[in-house]
Design a protein around this ligand. Sequence first.
Ligand code: DQQ
Length: 577
Amino acid sequence: MERFYRVLWVFMVLLFCWRDIINVEVVDGSHLVLEDLQSVSAAVVDTKYKTGYHFQPPEHWINDPNGPMYYNGVYHLFYQYNPKGAVWGNIVWAHSVSTDMINWRAVDPAIYPSKPFDINGCWSGSATILPGNKPVILYTGVDPQNQQVQNIAFPKNLSDPDLREWVKPDYNPIIAPVDGINGSAFRDPTTAWLGPDRRWRLVIGTKRRSRGVAVMYRSKDFIHWVRAKHPLHSAAGTGMWECPDFFPVAMRGVRGVDTSEYNGELKYVFKVSLDLTRYEYYTIGSYRRDLDKYVPDGASVDNGSGLRYDYGNFYASKSFFDAGKKRRILWGWTNESDSRQDDIDKGWAGIQTVPRAVWLDPSGKQLIQWPIEELERLRGRLVSVKNKVLRSGGLVEISGILTSQANVVVSFEVTALVKAERFDPSWSDPQKLCERKGTEAKGGVGPFGLLVLASSGKEEYTSVFFRIFKSPTKYVALMCQDPSRSSVRAGLYKPVYGAFVDVDIKRNGQIALRSLIDHSAVESFGGEGRVCITSRVYPGMAVGSNAHLYAFNYGAEDVRILDLKAWEMKKPLMNGA
Ligand code: DQQ
């Protein structure tokens, strides 16, 4: 028996060390608390892997985007920030403002622990624009008993375009974990929406045993909230639901919809961040206003095999309606995948992915995401390749620009599909399939795609590619992003990511890829935004002007580059960095 416990103990220690290395958090309350490190200020900020055009502050730790909003011509992004160190802790709502969501100016933190209702933490939440154009924030505070409560904050001065100061009334908390709610798993209020009875609704993430729950509250005045008898939605076996998001999408077109808008032409999106897996899932469905219930469509599943905004390193996302350009914008956090010690040595950790516009795919079965058009203003020097056949085994270097901070858009043509490998119906997990059939494994049609952040001798590269398979009824397109060769350095977490892309390759034989390369970030969009995959990589050699970019085809069948454009990306104003 004693031996059993010793073995169990060793196993637990190993598990903890491993999760630490890969930055997976294990503490209830979602983030690993490293008390001895959370107030160790960055001695220097190492810029080698700093991204050029992804959102980040000059130093220290960031996580979830909070309360994004558009108010009087200004975009606001708040985010979970540790002002004192490069690991999670001392969290405040840092605040940046912008007129284009590309160039950012930091202002003082908007919300920080100062009152009993948030003295132990100011955690994630959302903004709502109330009638009369009045923004308000709802966020989770952690009280002296370490209970998670929901608080409200108002701008002190509505005529300050930056909305720099926020007031937290003393009547907070406005929602407490009572009547059987677990106070250590009750957080991240959504943007509220108005129902037909003129009452506001919002949901908060929680769990009941292992069931993930979006508990709903209603209010007439936005201050007094009453819990609804039934949650908006819940799902067995999914664990704690962090950062829920719920919003309508138009059935046709790219127009975004305000969270309170309601008409017969809308579908709804419900997203949760699963603390158990540290991945996010969304479903598409209907909002039964008569029952105040969200009902996912039949084909839209609620669990680990469901749809994801991003099949890579992406968590705690939040969307908002941009009333200026009438679009829905999605922000998401991308964590580091180097070691904790690397983060401390770098003096910083975490970025936000580029803001993406989201809308419903015409199939109605999934969302499309695309970097906001403003990003294109950063495009600098351009190189292009047109109409070039990539023979089997072919590799073409795309040179003439700095490719460590770049944006590549390429459309491939694959007309001959006879050599496509047979698709085995048991291959239900695309990530595993990408692991099994990596970049080097020659296929029938594909792998073809890009090698980014590659060293000149190809000792290092991150590959982004497609493989086309043939099933009895259709062709199946697989997209993979594989950083397993991204660095010769040891101690890095380099997971291979993958997803099936819902494109009809038979129709015109084309498939497109866009990759945003930014030093240590590779954010890729396959099939015109049907699949997004983000990875963090830390090359030892393929850094700065030593980074190379290639298009490749390691399949048996030839592939044609119809059009490839690669732009060097300029650096925007980024919070004073
Ligand atoms: N991060 C916040 C929580 C949220 C989690 C704390 C998700 O409110 O549940 O920093 O990453």
